[in-house]
Design a protein around this ligand. Structure first.
Ligand code: HPA
Length: 244
């Protein structure tokens, strides 16, 4: 039951992780975002991978999602916690809060989004009705409650292409579509995890209000400040979650 954490923007290193070693994994799909970090967090074995690379140099549309997930599966990971920065759309999604989405709408394009491409013996359609693993979500929700983190316990994640942020009209459209938060990395990561039968769930960290909702401009300084606050919550969450 090895747990892996994929860290997003603001989480390229996991504070408190006692690193045992780093492992380079080559995959049939190319190179992952970096070596996989093996370590011990709160007494339990955990693997960690920085989605955008340890120097945060890989933009969302260039992340090799297939290689990342294949590498984790290869290392016998069964559960993946994906930490991801998002923009808040619905009223509850205030900057600095954390959220556990339960649905996704995919607005990305032209990313390598499946393992089922070549050498197929038959066409495979995975069930994706509930894109996040319900059990893993529940464990995170309970851990957040115990830790008093005031997390948003459900919501629809809009996966956009990036790397630019959205226009105000795009955010209004996402709101009409029923989206609560918007990020650039949720897909195809979640679907690829399902294809590999990994239990996968996201802990979103709200970095800013979606474009046009509360301010005229979104600045990197604001994003960084809110992410620092949110990532502190993520660390508390992982502390409450990992021993279980
Ligand atoms: N939009 C898309 N992705 C994001 C945002 C946003 O406003 N903030 C952090 N990731």
């Amino acid at each position: 039951m090895t747990v892996a954490i994929i860290g997003g923007t603001g989480l390229t290193r996991l504070k408190g992780l006692e690193i045992t070693h780093r492992e380079v994994v080559h995959t049939p799909y190319g190179e992952p975002s970096g070596p996989i970090t093996h370590g011990v967090l709160h007494g339990r074995e955990v693997l960690f991978l920085a989605r955008h690379g340890y120097g945060h140099t890989i933009p969302p549309h260039k992340v090799n999602y297939r290689a990342n997930l294949w590498a984790l599966r290869h290392l016998e990971v069964t559960r993946v916690i994906a930490v991801a920065a998002v923009g808040g759309i619905s009223d509850a999604m205030a900057p600095g809060r954390i959220a556990f989405p339960d649905q996704i709408i995919d607005y990305t394009w032209s990313r390598h989004h499946t393992f089922f491409e070549h050498d197929l013996t038959h066409v495979t359609h995975i069930d994706f009705t509930h894109p996040y693993d319900p059990t893993l979500r529940e464990v995170m929700i309970q851990a957040a409650r115990v830790a008093g983190l005031d997390a948003v316990e459900q919501g629809t994640y809009a996966a956009t292409q990036g790397p630019r942020l959205e226009t105000a009209a795009e955010i209004r459209k996402l709101l009409r579509d029923g989206c609560d938060m918007v990020g650039m990395t949720g897909m195809p990561e979640a679907a690829l995890a399902r294809e590999l039968e990994l239990a996968y769930a996201t802990c979103a960290v709200v970095a800013n209000w979606g474009a046009g909702l509360r301010s005229e401009e979104i600045t990197m300084a604001d994003i960084e400040k809110n992410l620092d606050e949110g990532m502190e919550r993520v660390r508390t969450l992982l502390g409450a979650f990992i021993p279980s």
